[in-house]
Design a protein around this ligand. Structure first.
Ligand code: SF4
Ligand code: SF4
Length: 117
């Protein structure tokens, strides 16, 4: 499952620097699949909805850092443990139980985002 950032976030920015998928964004900044990845597919499906590689999608939080579930792999494929949770000084990067994914699904996502790894 992907991780999420809770309202306890103090906006220090430490997690953003550590994410291998560029799945973490500062509040108020828009996101895209291609930021920090080498995805080749022009789009992916998420619950039947097309998400385009280069399209900029509206931020998910205006004031706090946030995680894009379509990009978070729990760091699988890069690190043993979620890097955001490891560096967060207030322990507010937690598993998002609403987005359950198997290890296999997370690995597939990682390969989709980084086909050359
Ligand atoms: S768990 Fe890893 S991939 Fe997911 S947001 Fe945190 S640092 Fe990024
Ligand atoms: S490391 Fe924690 S407190 Fe700092 S921006 Fe990320 S989620 Fe917020």
């Amino acid at each position: 499952m992907s991780l999420k950032i809770t309202k306890e976030c103090i906006n220090c920015g430490a997690c953003e620097l550590e994410c291998p998928n560029k799945a973490i964004y500062e509040g108020g900044k828009n996101w895209s699949l291609s930021d920090g990845t080498s995805i080749k597919n022009l789009f992916i499906y998420n619950k039947g909805k097309k998400i385009y590689k280069d399209k900029k999608y509206k931020y998910l939080s205006k004031k706090k850092y946030y995680i894009v579930k379509e990009k978070c792999t729990e760091c699988i494929g890069f690190f043993k443990y979620p890097q955001c949770a490891s560096v967060c000084p207030v322990d507010c990067c937690i598993k998002d139980k609403k987005n359950k994914e198997s290890i296999k699904e997370l690995l597939l996502k990682q390969k989709l985002l980084h086909p050359n790894t």
